[in-house]
Write a protein that binds this ligand. Structure first.
Ligand code: CS2
Length: 500
């Protein structure tokens, strides 16, 4: 079958959307670090809509993979083109799929192969925005405080090797040093990761790194570059070979790496751009003065509920989110978790109806056409729990409010870390702190009772901060964990939802 490539565009079926702007004249105004499926299904698609609407051809993207070459290997022969498939299910359960070939990715650089090329691209006169979806662990920060871990091996490496960095802070700071030395304009560094105050957090990390390099550079970055906060939302499951085959059959053309997403998309971003921006409103983005209320809403409701579903679902042997949602006890737990424990911690926001937000979320999680794996969400728990569940817990503890359902989600994470689900199937613990977590769990296991075990485990400050010293938190997690271990997920859910 013919591979996807620019010459094949006219031969695509009529119902497949495709670039309608002068792709050959597109310049790279954006350098995107972390050009994975999420970026390709979210920011890139909004950017594509802006190109269609406005035709300002300054805003093509050069993507950067910080680790693997696989995205470049798939997309380079395709001239950067790829397909987005938006999937959901009709009333009768049959899957529907809308296809679009996206064209604003001009090139993919693989950082470990040629770090110099990445530095030069960020330091290029055309570059005006450096955007990031590098996942939580790409920030090399302490998840509980948001501070850069100067002791992390890759950060130490990047401080010592300005010409061959490996990490986001290394690339951004050393490239900004080049821009400053060359008298080029500053850039906007735009984090689109699921971190609390993602822009402020990135700014803190970049400035902390820059301070180690050169105080003058640090001050220049602080004075001239901007770091808008943003909230991004779209569920993007990992692409499978089945997706590839199905999409190739529809296109009549083979795409080596299409991406899959739900139809829903939200993007709220602070309008603080140091050197211009596309009009992303054309693709559904909203520009605001302060994004933090939106971030908090999204991290706590969408991601908090998602992680709870993932750990409980995975441990019950439910492989996908929609399968987990089809379990009545799990669905009503998630509904109650959002309604009773998460929503009341959120600030009132004009125009936001939390009940319909929650109802729509239950529907999104139930999308049976996505096949979103619970274990995909379960990975990197140490980096995710703080902003998804622990902040909510802290707020409720401080206000003396019940925390029963939130505590079950934390207990489910601990339960998941043992590496075997209730059907006896094993799973790897994918987490940058996996060795430290395993050691903590092993040491906790030596404690005499469940309370002491949980107190020891939650004493792990990089994740829990001071939370492990809260007796009410420790007691609730201990109660749930003992239920999970002795009677399983379904019994623990029944005990949680039963009236007190
Ligand atoms: C998920 C998110 O993998 C995960 O941890 O919770 O990627 C989630 O699908 C997105 O944030 C939704 O916007």
């Amino acid at each position: 079958m013919e591979p996807l490539n620019p010459d094949a565009l006219p031969r695509l079926p009529a119902d497949v959307a495709r670039p309608r702007y002068g792709r050959d004249a597109l310049r790279a105004g954006i350098v995107h670090l972390g050009v994975g499926a999420f970026h390709r299904a979210h920011i890139a698609v909004v950017n594509e809509a802006a190109l269609h609407a406005g035709g300002d051809l300054h805003w093509g993207t050069v993507g950067v993979s910080l680790r693997a070459a696989d995205t470049r290997d798939a997309l380079q022969p395709q001239g950067g083109l790829y397909t987005l498939a938006l999937r959901d299910a009709a009333e009768d359960g049959t899957a529907r799929e809308a296809l679009q070939v996206v064209g604003n990715l001009l090139e993919v650089l693989v950082a470990p192969e040629d770090p110099q090329a990445v530095l030069e691209r960020i330091a290029h006169a055309d570059t005006r925005i450096v955007s990031l979806t590098i996942t939580e662990k790409g920030y090399h920060h302490d998840p509980a405080t948001g501070a850069l871990r100067l002791d992390a091996a890759d950060i130490a490496h990047d401080l010592a090797h300005p010409e061959t960095p490996r990490t986001m802070p290394g690339f951004v700071v050393h490239a900004l040093a080049l821009r400053r030395a060359r008298g080029l304009a500053p850039v906007t560094v735009m984090s689109c990761d699921n971190l609390p105050a993602n822009g402020d957090t990135t700014r803190g990390i970049v400035l902390a790194f820059a301070r180690q390099v050169d105080a003058g550079l640090r001050d220049w970055i602080e004075a001239h570059c901007t770091f808008p906060n943003s909230m991004v939302d779209r569920i993007v499951p990992r692409t499978t070979d089945g997706d590839r085959e199905r999409i190739a059959a529809r296109l009549g053309i083979e795409d080596a790496w299409p991406v899959i997403g739900e139809p829903f998309l939200e993007w709220v971003v602070e309008d603080r751009f140091a050197n211009g921006r596309p009009d992303w409103t054309a693709g559904g983005a909203r520009f605001v003065a302060h994004a933090q209320p939106y971030e908090k809403l999204k991290l706590r409701m969408v991601n908090g509920a998602h992680s709870a579903l993932a750990y409980l679902g995975a441990m019950a042997g439910l492989r996908t989110v929609d399968r987990a949602m089809a379990e009545p006890a799990l669905r009503s737990y998630i509904d109650a978790l959002m309604r009773e424990e998460i929503a009341p911690t959120l600030p009132a926001m004009p125009g936001l109806d939390l009940d319909s937000y929650r109802a729509r979320l239950l529907q999104r999680f139930s999308n049976s056409a996505l096949h979103h794996q619970t274990k995909q969400i379960a990975m990197d728990g140490s980096q995710k729990l703080p902003q998804r569940l622990l902040g909510t817990l802290r707020d409720r503890l401080a206000a003396g409010l019940p925390i029963d359902r939130l505590a079950l989600a934390v207990a489910a994470w601990m339960h998941y870390l043992r590496g075997t689900d209730e059907t006896g199937a094993t799973h790897d613990i994918q987490d940058p702190l996996a060795p430290a977590l395993a050691e903590r769990l092993a040491q906790a296991g030596a404690a005499s009772g469940m309370q002491d075990r949980v107190a020891f485990f939650t004493g792990f400050a990089p994740v829990f901060g001071e939370l492990g010293k809260e007796p009410r938190f420790v007691a609730a997690v201990a109660r749930h964990l003992s239920m999970l271990e002795t009677q399983g997920v379904r019994a623990a859910l029944a005990a949680t939802t039963a009236p007190a």
